[in-house]
Design a protein around this ligand. Structure first.
Ligand code: GCU
Length: 545
């Protein structure tokens, strides 16, 4: 915007006259703010001036970004302060010695050009929104602040034992630490060791575990030296036993739905109202679980789901044809994985980290994903690891999952589109033989319909056809051993440049159970009836009842 290219000598000096430039709302993608930017893919420069009063007591100053899609270069007061690659995860830079008292300026170069070596790569079925899509904040912190911490309910053993660990930004010993959960009457005091870390346990008497039925959160207080923080967190355990998923030691069936991070009117989600709209739609289906596809959603979505009692599957945008041979690609996958886990590590409702979606098995792909799965487990040994695999059809007429990554995941998840992309003769009686003693989740299924279009079950794009697909798939679920969760694709119709069919798609993927205007399609009723069935009301919500 406002580009005035001035040529000086033989070098072309590009100067941006930001005063003459247009303006954009931040946070917010650029695509839905200016019609000429709907399809724009490339660089856009942001500039903002701000007044600042530097903290006096030796505090440090950081600039934090919720996310910039797909990559960002950040400058402050004419100095480059850093670059970030990854369009859906938070990042920050220290600006203590750059920011000054009085007037400052910050410039951000946002670029959403898709790259073969990227994560995501060039092809994906969602709108490539660009820009500073999430919040930007300046934060002052104690000089040696709490860089990371977590508090988890210990699995097994005595009830109410909470493992706490923290790490300071600087490796300094003997910093006094205080931890308390007033409502539980637990408290702890200690000192950091030489590497600036401290780990301890506390035992709570009457701890109420977090669950979808009672999403209890406790106010936790933590201080280390000058740094003090409070946060609302929940305590629960998640694990698998054979073919079942155990939440707080009891088997649970994940009654899910897939969701993209897209506001009803299009564009990346930025407001609480937009988040609460999707949560109310998911709850109206009887869901206790959401698959936040295909990249980390806005933090507010995860936190509001935690309050609403919705369990979460969170994933990095490692999707379809990834450049498996490229070390920079692996580095980007790993850094986005670290940032995703780092942001939501204390969210009780997040139970699954997923590392891939629909990637074709090969030697290089298997090596890449095995390394990534092991990294995920080393970053967080308390949650379940999964990925959306592909279905294999065997000559004997049965369906199975053939993927070497089955050894690396806790949950076998796969996407199937029986009745839409593939037409088995008899969907309700399709034979599944999945040879792993692990829980199974159907991470995507369904079909398309234009809301309000009606006809017979054979009329493509009619709501009746979509409903028929759902009814047949739901009948089939009863025959899948270890099935522990289902996630219809998808809660809402969503924008995609791969869906141009005029008068039908018009740039939208129409597999939503809800249309962008919120109207519900007939298939939503099928999921609601399924999820509210009697046998889900028992504690052991298994299908084989
Ligand atoms: C795939 C993919 C989704 C896509 C869906 C579809 O399974 O994971 O991102 O939108 O199919 O074709 O609608």
């Amino acid at each position: 915007f406002g580009r005035n290219a001035r040529v000086k000598n033989k070098f072309q000096l590009l100067e941006y006259d930001f005063n003459a430039a247009d303006t954009l709302k931040v946070p917010g993608d650029w695509n839905t703010q200016k019609k000429e930017l709907l399809w724009y893919e490339g660089t856009l420069w942001y500039a903002r001036q701000f007044e600042f009063k530097k903290p006096l007591n030796g505090e440090r100053v950081f600039v934090k970004f919720g996310a910039v899609s797909l990559k960002a270069d950040v400058y402050m007061n004419g100095k480059k302060i850093g670059r970030h690659v990854g369009g859906f995860t938070p990042f920050e830079f220290e600006v203590t010695d750059i920011v000054k008292d009085g007037l400052n300026n910050i410039v951000v170069r946002a670029n959403n050009t898709r790259e073969k070596s990227g994560i995501p790569t060039k092809g994906f079925d969602w709108w490539n929104y660009g820009g500073i899509i999430r919040s930007v904040e300046l934060e002052s912190r104690s000089s040696n602040y709490i860089a990371s911490w977590r508090a988890d309910l210990k699995k097994g053993g005595d009830d109410g034992v909470i493992d706490v660990s923290l790490k300071l930004d600087k490796a300094v010993a003997d910093i006094p630490v205080k931890f308390s959960v007033p409502e539980l009457g637990v408290g702890f005091s200690g000192k950091t060791s030489g590497d600036g870390t401290l780990a301890f346990t506390v035992k709570a008497r009457e701890l109420q575990r977090w669950s979808p039925e009672s999403p209890k959160l406790y106010k936790v207080e933590l201080s280390a030296g000058e740094d003090k923080l409070t946060e609302e967190i929940g305590f629960r355990t998640i694990e698998t036993r054979g073919g079942g998923i155990l939440l707080n030691g009891e088997e649970i069936f994940l009654k899910g739905v897939c969701i993209h991070d897209e506001a009803p009117g299009g564009g990346r989600v930025t407001t609480r109202e937009e988040v609460l709209e999707d949560i109310s739609r998911a709850k109206s289906l009887g869901c206790n679980f959401v698959r936040l596809a295909h990249y980390p959603h806005i933090e507010m979505m995860v936190k509001e789901c935690e309050k609403a009692g919705l369990l979460v599957w969170s994933e990095i945008p490692l999707y379809w044809m990834i450049d498996w041979n490229n070390s920079a690609t692996y580095a980007s996958a790993e850094s986005q994985l670290k940032e995703m886990i780092g942001r939501d590590v204390r969210r009780a409702n997040v139970i699954i980290w997923s590392i891939a979606n629909e990637t074709v098995p090969s030697k290089k792909r298997n090596e890449f994903l095995k390394r990534l799965a092991q990294k995920a487990r080393s970053l967080d040994s308390t949650r379940l690891i999964s990925m959306a695999m592909e279905v294999t059809y065997l000559e004997d007429g049965t369906y199975t999952i053939k993927d070497e990554l089955n050894t690396e995941v806790d949950i076998i998840a796969f996407n199937e589109y029986f009745g839409w992309y593939v037409q088995p003769k008899d969907i309700p009686n399709a034979l599944w033989r999945i040879p792993f003693d692990k829980p199974v989740i159907i991470s995507e299924f369904g079909g398309g319909a234009v809301a309000g279009r009606h006809g017979g079950v054979k009329d493509r794009w009619s709501e009746e056809m979509q409903k028929d697909i759902y009814e047949k798939n739901v009948k089939m679920f009863g025959g899948i051993k270890n099935l522990s969760g289902t996630c219809p694709w998808i809660l809402n119709d969503f924008r995609s440049p791969r869906r141009p069919l005029a008068g039908v798609q018009d740039g939208y993927n129409r597999k939503g159970l809800f249309a962008p205007d919120g109207s519900e399609k007939l298939a939503a009723g099928v999921m609601r009836e399924y999820y509210l069935r009697e046998y889900f009301k028992t504690k052991r919500e298994r299908l084989d009842r």
